[in-house]
Structures are given as structure tokens and as C-alpha cells.
Design a protein around this ligand. Structure first.
Ligand code: MN
Ligand code: MN
Length: 366
């Protein structure tokens, strides 16, 4: 049994849980090596304390599941079959008690599916599987780290392409297309999320959508993007100015940069996560922009573009060796614009490593 599976089985035992049924594709991938987007069909991984686990997926996916390296049982089903009946029978083979504690993904398992499980047994108690899964997923191993490094390298490359493509009159959407075309030519498997390129006033919306606005002199140009490698995501933001920069723009930029560096410097194993957010926030507040830093300092990064831990000021958990997360302070002022600088950080045994390496000093694109 793989180390990951073994660790999770121990968590089940500690929590007196009969079994876990995982259906979130990234969690299934984490334990099986099988990446599958089942859409509305059931993809499930059942893990027991001391019985053989099983993977259930649509029949048409079985050969890929077999090639994924998963050593245990794979059950396929046809569209005219009820996969829940199969799940029920396979669980009954393994567990005979009628009162059960089951770990499910409380954040993502639909109510309809939870009811399917509920109706299988007389007495059932649900427990959130996320703490058990996330404590494993939070700590990246060497293989995962290599994928994350590669994804970060491609994100740097994408920013470089973007910076080189900034030109008067070019639209945000055109910049998106140019960057993604270059990445796809290099064989990139996908973007971590919809590439966000914003210019001028549009940069004042932290989660704005690229539109047909054209680049003008004096604009901020903000790139927020990420690339997927082996299922693992990168996430980078860089903000440039086009042709000339105002004093206010410069002050905003320097404040965000100082805040980002302060947060990166304080982020170490054993440090409270909230303190990382506060290090950046204090700096931004002292510069007079506190009201314009409207989101947390960052988020965990891995198979998920946003995963645990949440890097927010009220998170009292401590950072641990092996964690990967973003640091991404921003200042967004309506009618002036916004700046965000974002990097991906790995906490290693010998200090932190910034995976994204594109330069951060203010660049005025000519
Ligand atoms: Mn991010
Ligand atoms: Mn981002």
C-alpha cells in the first residue's frame, strides 16, 4: 500500500472511521495517480481501515485508470447501471456492522450523493474527510515539488511573453491569446485558471475579467496567470506600467512590493499563518492604503489552485515544512488602478524558496 494511502488509513483509525468515500477528482488523483474529470458521473475512491480499497469509475475510463499505477481494485460501470448500487454491494462485502462513521468531503459532496450513502445503512454518522486529506496534501514531497517548480518556471515564461507583448492599442483579450498560444506551442497541459490580464482602471478590480479595453500610456498592466504541470498549479501576478508612471502609481507599487517582501521574509515553519498576512497588512496600512487591500495574503497551492491552508489574518495554524502557498498583497484604488505582486513559496528544511522568479522591480514598458 502506498505511503499516502497508509497515512490516510491511520487517520481513519484515529478517528474511528469505518471508511472514506472520496469523489473530488484531485483527492482521487492524490491517492491513485488517476486524473479523471467524470463530469456528472460518479468517480469514487473508497478507503477502509483494513480492507482492500476500491476505485469506481465509468467503464470508458477503466483502461486509463489501469495505466495510472493504481494497484488495487478498479470497478467500471455502464451508463445504464446504478453505480451507487455497486458501491453499496462492495462496501457490504467489506463492512458488516450497520452503524457506521463515514468520512466524506463535506465541502464538495452534493447533498443528493450524501443521501445515497445515508440510505445504504441504518445508522450513519458523517465526518469531514478534508482534515485527513489536507494534512497530507499540505506537505509536498519531492515529486510534487518538482512539478510545482516546473509549473512556476512556465508561469515566469508566460509573464515574459506578456511583458514583451505590451503595446499601445492592444486589448486585454489579445494579450491573453498571445500568452496562451506561446504556452500551448510549448506543450503546456493547461492554465491553472482563466488568465487574467487587466489594464488601466480595470486593474482596480482584484478579480476583473479581461475585456476589449486597449492599452494607453500611463496604464498599469496586470498579469495574473498560472500553468498546470502534472496536475500541479502555479500562480503568479506581475504588474507593469506602460510608458510613464505617476508618483501615486510608483508609491502604490513600492508599497505592495515592500509588503510582499515582508510577508515572504516572515513566512517560516512554526510561524502563525495570520502573522504572515498581518506583516504585509501593517505595512500597507501604515502607508495609508489599508482600506484598499481587500483580500487575504494568499492561499495554499498544489493540485488545487486554491487549497489549504488559507493564508488569512485569522488563521491561527502554524506554517509547516513542506507547505507551498502564494504571497500576493495588492492595493486597488477605484479610478486609479491596482497593483498586485504574487509569488509561489515553498517552505523547505533550509528556509523558504520562491518558486516563481520573474523580477519584481517596477518595469516601465516602453
Ligand atoms: Mn493566487
Ligand atoms: Mn493569482
Amino acid at each position: 500500500m502506498s505511503q499516502r494511502l497508509n497515512n490516510f488509513t491511520n487517520w481513519l483509525k484515529q478517528n474511528d472511521c469505518s471508511f472514506a468515500l472520496l469523489t473530488e477528482p484531485k483527492n482521487v488523483f492524490y491517492f491513485t495517480g488517476f486524473m479523471c474529470n467524470p463530469h456528472e458521473r460518479l468517480l469514487g475512491l473508497a478507503i477502509f481501515q483494513d480492507r482492500e480499497p476500491f476505485l469506481i469509475c465509468p467503464n470508458m475510463e477503466v483502461s486509463q485508470a489501469q495505466q495510472s499505477g493504481w494497484q488495487h481494485l478498479i470497478i467500471g460501470y455502464n451508463d445504464q447501471e446504478d453505480p451507487w448500487e455497486i458501491v453499496h454491494n462492495r462496501i457490504k462485502e467489506r463492512i458488516t456492522t450497520s452503524s457506521l462513521k463515514i468520512a466524506i468531503e463535506m465541502d464538495t459532496l452534493s447533498y443528493t450523493r450524501a443521501q445515497k450513502l445515508q440510505h445504504m445503512f441504518q445508522q450513519i454518522e458523517f465526518l469531514a474527510a478534508e482534515p485527513g486529506v489536507n494534512q497530507l496534501r499540505n506537505i509536498k514531497d519531492e515529486t510534487e515539488l518538482n512539478s510545482l517548480r516546473e509549473a512556476a518556471k512556465l508561469a515566469d515564461f508566460a509573464i515574459d511573453i506578456g511583458a514583451g507583448a505590451i503595446k499601445k492599442g492592444k486589448t486585454e483579450k489579445a494579450l491573453v491569446a498571445e500568452i496562451e498560444y506561446e504556452l500551448k506551442k510549448r506543450g503546456c497541459e493547461g492554465m491553472s485558471f482563466a488568465t487574467t490580464i487587466l489594464t488601466g482602471d480595470n486593474t482596480a478590480a482584484p478579480h476583473g475579467h479581461p475585456n476589449d479595453r486597449q492599452i494607453h500610456e500611463g496604464d498599469f498592466v496586470l498579469f495574473d496567470l498560472g500553468v498546470i504541470v502534472d496536475g500541479y498549479c502555479s500562480d503568479i501576478t506581475r504588474t507593469f506600467v506602460y510608458k510613464h508612471v505617476s508618483d501615486e502609481q510608483q508609491k502604490i507599487y513600492e508599497t505592495v512590493l515592500k509588503a510582499e517582501e515582508a510577508a515572504i521574509n516572515i513566512a517560516k515553519p512554526g510561524i502563525e499563518i495570520g502573522a504572515v498576512d498581518r506583516a504585509a497588512r501593517t505595512l500597507i496600512t501604515d502607508a495609508g492604503y489599508g482600506d484598499f487591500f481587500t483580500h487575504r495574503i494568499g492561499h495554499g497551492l498544489g493540485l488545487g489552485i486554491h487549497e489549504a491552508p488559507s493564508m488569512s489574518s485569522n488563521n491561527t495554524e502554524n506554517l509547516q515544512t513542506g507547505m507551498v502557498f502564494t504571497i500576493e498583497p495588492g492595493i486597488y484604488i477605484p479610478n486609479i488602478g491596482g497593483v498586485r505582486i504574487e509569488d509561489d513559496i515553498y517552505l523547505g528544511e533550509n528556509g523558504s524558496e520562491t518558486l516563481t522568479k520573474y523580477p519584481k522591480t517596477l518595469q516601465i514598458i516602453d
